[in-house]
Write a protein that binds this ligand. Structure first.
Ligand SMILES: Nc1nc2c(ncn2[C@@H]2O[C@H](COP(=O)(O)OP(=O)(O)OP(=O)(O)O)[C@@H](O)[C@H]2O)c(=O)[nH]1
Ligand SMILES: [Mg+2]
Length: 364
């Protein structure tokens, strides 16, 4: 978070060679943990990209190597601000990230842009679409843009994103921007991996605090009414006042911080510096109170618990004996022929009786 011009100058240097600079033979060579670690710490973009691919891989054999790389880089990670950005489709997230990211890069900050979109096989094009929408940013030497990992269950996608954050920080990125699609669970998942959660909104988009939106707004450390330009400007200011008023009835998601509502135009650039200023003040305040460190500690431990639960859940439901017996047991419980507790115990017994210890361990 150092913004003094001296350091900014250093950071403004190109972040290592681009993929085009790396000889083909080197691209194809298999890298070991040491190569990954050294390459990333030396600021080699091509190695960073390959390490992320490794972390994202579901292939057996890749997990151990990926874990070794991430573990060795952990001591070099963490010194950053992580900002999650959400909002309904079309609110302007990608356009905002382009403007916001350019503002930060021009200040000398080094920015990584990641996306969490567990539905990306369905929406398909958004991955490529984003890179072209972030045209200027993707060419900025201080920026690193990574499209969303190949779709899978939300747990898998968030693990990949969290580990990718570690890699990007060790590489030297001091600002991590995580875009998420405005649907359901991915918001909560991103909230759990960032320091500051920004919700983008539109003016006059109906009953502002209704339904799902309210749930998302409750997670926000800051709100920004986007597209505050042209004829929309006045409506955006009105929406700002309305949201500010409505927020008084919600508890802040981060104690010691009062949620702010701002307006911006991602196309014209108005309000973008103010949003960065809000994030910067948030970080300073939270570092002072200790809430910043505490949030990250909590995130790490709850992440571990989540991973354990996910693993146990998968092992149980992927067990052949459980799968075979489940429909009949469920039917018996449904029809009242078997108590719920007897049904659960029956399935658990089948799971334990048929699980081989080595298979369970191999699944880790
Ligand atoms: N007038 C105006 N238009 C904007 C602004 N920001 C984005 N737009 C436009 O809104 C449309 C959607 O922008 P995107 O950045 O693709 O929105 P998104 O939230 O990333 O959309 P998804 O990735 O599909 O969820 C585009 O046509 C943008 O040009 C703004 O500040 N002002
Ligand atoms: Mg987008």
């Amino acid at each position: 978070m150092n913004e003094d011009p001296q350091n900014a100058g250093m950071a403004r240097e190109r972040m290592g060679p681009g993929p085009e600079d790396v000889p083909r033979a080197q691209m194809r060579r298999r890298l070991g943990a040491e190569d990954y670690v050294r390459g990333i710490l030396a600021g080699d973009r091509a190695v960073l990209a390959r390490a992320i691919t490794l972390v994202e891989s579901n292939a057996p054999g890749h997990t151990d190597l990926a874990q070794e790389v991430v573990t060795r880089l952990l001591p070099h990670a963490g010194d950053s601000i992580r900002v999650g950005i959400t909002g309904v489709p079309g609110v302007g997230k990608s356009t905002f990230i382009e403007a916001f990211g350019m503002h930060l890069c021009d200040m000398g900050r080094r920015v990584a842009v990641l996306a969490v979109d567990p539905s990306s096989t369905l929406t398909g094009g958004s991955i490529l679409g984003d890179k072209t929408r972030m045209d200027r940013l993707s060419r900025h030497p201080n920026a690193f843009i990574r499209p969303s990992p190949s779709a899978g269950n939300l747990g898998g996608v968030t693990r990949k994103s969290r580990e990718t954050i570690v890699l990007c920080e060790a590489f030297g990125c001091d600002t991590i921007l995580v875009e998420t699609v405005g649907v359901g669970q991915s918001e909560t998942a991103v909230r759990a991996m960032v320091d500051f959660f920004l919700v983008l909104l539109l003016a006059g988009a109906g009953d502002e605090l209704q339904g799902m939106k309210k749930g998302i707004i409750e997670l926000a450390d800051g709100l920004a009414i986007n597209k505050a330009d042209g004829q929309n400007k006045v409506a955006a200011e009105t929406a700002k006042i309305e949201y500010s008023r409505a927020l008084r009835y919600l508890g802040p998601p981060t104690s010691g911080w009062r949620v702010e509502v701002l307006t911006c135009s991602s196309i014209e650039g108005a309000g973008i510096p103010e949003i960065w200023d809000m994030v910067r003040r948030f970080r300073e305040t939270m570092l002072r109170t200790g809430a910043y460190v505490e949030r990250r500690q909590k995130q790490r431990t709850s992440w571990m618990v989540e991973m354990i639960e996910q693993h146990l859940y998968d092992s149980f439901y992927q067990n052949a004996a459980v799968q075979e017996a489940l429909p009949a047991v469920r039917k018996a419980v449904l029809e009242g022929r078997l108590t719920t507790s007897a049904g659960a115990r029956d399935l658990l017994r089948r799971f334990y009786e048929t699980s081989l210890l080595e298979d369970l361990i191999a699944g880790l």
